[in-house]
Design a protein around this ligand. Structure first.
Ligand code: ZN
Length: 260
């Protein structure tokens, strides 16, 4: 293409092959830099080829069941992926169970190895919680302090995995609305008022009856709130927290209510 030069020429140089090479190298570097500056999308997710780091962080939970003479200690270790970035994830990596009790040793070893393998496969491992919590012991379950019914030891392990996954942000409680929470608090205080009145009445009748009245007081234990001893099992939240109020069965834990 012809270019008409309208100004005076003050100097000139010839483009050599070296200049051309330098120029293309420069544009290549610029392109590479632009790519480097793009936000990277390779967030590491849990998968089975991730090697176990030398050190893992974890938590140990204690299970004390009336079905066992000795306590069981459940340890879940976590791996931290993408540490220090906005994509930081804490994922369960392995589970161990320790106990003096050797009765169920082979099954416990098998269960924990398979669970660890599922953890390392990655993806949504929360299904383990539902599967384990649905295991019923044909010899019958037991109540934990606080009145939560455990249908089996495996179910309690499932509850521990659930607590753990909640603590690392992999599972969340279903949201309870403010109105629902307020309703439960209201029912609870109404029930407390009534049982207080009952125990005042009981104070003028023989001592044994007074004791029975007193036993109905709701105590707050170290484990959090507990429910009246006469409360029955709620089928919605598996907690012994259902009381009869105004002819309606009312759960003081989750607010479930059934009249009639
Ligand atoms: Zn309930």
């Amino acid at each position: 293409m012809a270019v008409k030069i309208e100004k005076k020429i003050k100097g000139y140089s010839v483009v050599t092959p070296e200049d051309k090479a330098k120029e293309s190298a420069r544009s290549e570097a610029a392109a590479r830099k632009a790519v480097d500056e793009l936000p990277t999308a390779d967030v590491i997710q849990m998968h089975e080829r991730i090697e176990r780091p030398e050190i893992l962080i974890g938590s140990t939970y204690k299970i004390k069941s009336p079905l066992f003479e000795h306590a069981l200690y459940v340890t879940i270790n976590d791996i931290v992926l993408n540490a220090g970035t906005e994509h930081e994830l804490r994922r369960p990596f392995e589970i161990f169970i320790n106990s003096k009790n050797m009765d169920h040793f082979q099954w416990i070893v098998a269960l924990t190895r398979i669970m660890s393998a599922v953890f390392r496969k990655g993806g949504d491992v929360t299904f383990l919680v539902d599967e384990m919590k649905a295991v019923f012991d044909p010899r019958g379950g037991y109540f934990k302090p606080g009145g939560v019914y455990m249908p089996s030891l495996v179910a309690e392990m499932g509850a521990i995995v659930e607590d753990h996954l909640k603590s690392i942000g992999m599972m969340h409680d279903p949201d309870m609305s403010d109105a629902q929470r307020a309703l439960i608090a209201e029912k609870r205080s109404a029930y407390e008022q009534r049982s207080k009145k009952n125990s005042d009445v009981a104070a003028v009748v023989p001592a044994a009856a007074a004791d029975a009245g007193h036993a109905e007081d709701i105590e707050v234990t170290g484990e959090g709130v507990s429910f009246p001893p006469s409360a029955t099992m709620c089928h919605k939240c598996s907690t012994k927290a259902v009381v009869i109020m105004d002819g309606c069965a009312t759960c003081l834990n989750c607010g479930y209510s059934k009249c009639g």
